[in-house]
Design a protein. Structure first.
Length: 201
């Protein structure tokens, strides 16, 4: 007798379990430890059963990256709303610190997202509804108030996120192995990003 089909809700719950288990393995053991067999073993199921919920292992990785980006986007939406009433410069600095906290708390997931799969393309398309688009909205508010130089908002957002990400890319690739040096580069990156954004007097 064939098994009854799972409801969309049951499928979504299982997808989330698979995703969270994959993230747990990623954070604890690293990227190369995340396989269909290791995920299935933790869940007590056959590895082929995973592909009832995901087309392949690549889709599992993509869902992990997208989930990480969605969490960040939720926070960025809050910053954009706050910017309508608050002083923009301290808020942009707070945004930097929020993004930095995400990176430090999720190092392997951040590396997967930005260095391996990339949940969103980095371009200057204003219609892109991801991190760059949200940062651009925040920076536009600063430009309109005269606090920031007028420039292409998407390009400014990419430059901002690039200043934050580069020390971690250098660290992930072994170019900067000293964590204290990496953290100094992050601090200098914030100074450079703010100087780049601020209206020249």
């Amino acid at each position: 007798m064939p098994r009854p089909k799972k409801t969309p809700e049951e499928i979504q719950v299982m997808r989330e379990k698979i995703q969270s288990t994959a993230i747990e393995i990623l954070q604890d053991e690293g990227f190369h430890a995340v396989t269909s067999r290791s995920i299935a073993a933790k869940l007590g199921m056959s590895h082929m059963s995973l592909f009832t919920y995901f087309e392949n292992q690549l889709e599992i990785f993509s869902s992990m990256a997208n989930g990480y980006m969605e969490r960040i986007n939720t926070h960025l939406d809050t910053f954009v709303e706050r910017a309508k009433k608050e002083d923009i410069l301290p808020l942009v600095e707070e945004t930097w610190q929020c993004l930095l906290e995400f990176i430090l708390q999720n190092p392997a997931l951040h590396r997967l997202t930005w260095s391996t799969f990339g949940a969103e393309s980095i371009d200057t398309n204003p219609g892109n509804d991801g991190i760059i688009s949200r940062l651009a909205k925040l920076l536009v508010i600063g430009m309109e108030r005269g606090a920031f130089e007028h420039r292409n908002p998407q390009l400014a957002a990419i430059t901002f996120i690039g200043c934050l990400n580069m020390p971690f890319v250098l660290h992930h690739t072994g170019k900067v192995q000293d964590i204290s040096l990496r953290d100094q580069l992050v601090d200098e990156g914030l100074v450079a990003a703010i100087r780049y954004l601020e209206k020249k007097k």
